[in-house]
Design a protein around this ligand. Structure first.
Ligand code: GLU
Length: 317
């Protein structure tokens, strides 16, 4: 990390569900990491992140962030408002031959793989349409809609991290050529993240370590688009007493619910600060933790939030 480059961090919630305590912790860490160095923070609402986007969640996320006491600089960006910019990036990849049209459905991909895959696992794209069509028109002439896939370079890639140990991925072997534009021409998630991070001048991406594999895909896209790489900082997630991450069953732990119950947001901030290795009062504002914050104090294990501490948070009025 260069000392001269002003730090720009980001909060990038996807409005696919209510934000919960796990999000609160990651967002606070992102904010602390940047603000503690006098950096700026931008907000982006990632409403292109998959089919589960619910517009009502945008307002809820904005209210939750405000409730927590987090702020950002300048107007926030709604990802779908920048479709032109995202499409231009897709076109520029296509013009460089870095993409190809693909008419495979999820069922085709599944059928082409030898090992049976069940549930919600990500399927490796086996490259069925690589080299198959001269152009998008030729692909569409099959009578099927076509997506665009990114030709992922072969080989291993080690991603350095500002907190997690370096992690090695072979995106081609693990995921294969992933989509950069869906069949309806919507820019796909990884592409949108990379283009918008560059557009917003983001230099530090601090987020949960469930997104480490995304960093490798994003790195390849950044290189193909001639964009710089931000500093990645992947932090452990919040888990319950059984070690399960919160995301899947977040309803009773949602920030909206805590807010509506009249919980003091400073208690949530205090919990997050203590979970980050800071010895601070039980209740405080994000800004009051700034002077003490250091990533060096953050534990490398997941943050365990057991029933007792949760009950305490829920009744912290
Ligand atoms: N919007 C994504 C999420 O909420 C984060 C995007 C990213 O950090 O790449 O999971």
């Amino acid at each position: 990390m260069s000392a001269e480059r002003p730090v720009v961090g980001r909060l990038a919630p996807s409005p696919t569900g209510l934000l919960h305590l796990g999000h609160a912790r990651s967002f606070l860490l992102a904010w602390w990491s940047v603000r503690a160095r006098g950096g700026s923070m931008v907000l982006r609402i990632e409403d292109l992140d998959g089919p589960r986007v619910k517009p009502a969640m945008i307002d809820a996320a904005l209210r939750d962030l405000d409730w927590l006491g987090l702020d950002w600089d300048g107007p926030w960006l709604l990802q779908s408002s920048g479709l032109e910019r995202l499409r231009a990036a897709v076109t520029s990849l296509a013009e460089r031959g870095a993409t190809y049209p693909c008419v495979c459905s999820r069922g085709d991909v599944r059928a082409a793989l030898s090992a049976p895959q069940q549930g919600d696992v990500e399927l490796r794209y086996p490259g069925t349409c690589r080299g198959r069509f001269e152009s998008l028109e030729a692909a569409r002439a099959t009578g099927r809609e076509a997506s665009l896939r990114f030709r992922v370079p072969e080989g291993r890639l080690t991603i350095g991290d500002g907190f997690a140990p370096p992690a090695t991925f072979d995106v081609q072997a693990e995921v294969g050529d992933f989509m950069v534009a869906r069949r309806d021409e919507t820019p796909a998630y990884q592409l949108a993240v990379v283009v918008d991070d560059a557009h917003q001048g983001v230099t530090e991406v601090l987020r949960g370590d469930d997104l480490l594999p995304s960093a490798a895909r994003q790195w390849h896209l950044q290189r193909a688009l001639g964009l710089g790489h931000p500093t990645f900082v992947h932090v452990p997630l919040v888990v319950d007493e059984n070690g399960r991450r919160f995301a899947k069953r977040a309803d009773d732990l949602s920030l909206s619910e805590l807010r509506e119950r009249g919980v003091d947001p400073r208690a949530v901030v205090g919990w997050a600060a203590r979970s980050a290795g800071l010895e601070l009062p039980e209740r405080l504002t994000p800004r009051e933790a700034l002077a003490d914050f250091s990533l060096a104090r953050l534990p490398h294990e997941p943050a365990r939030l057991g029933p007792e501490e949760l009950a305490k948070l829920k009744s912290a009025r």
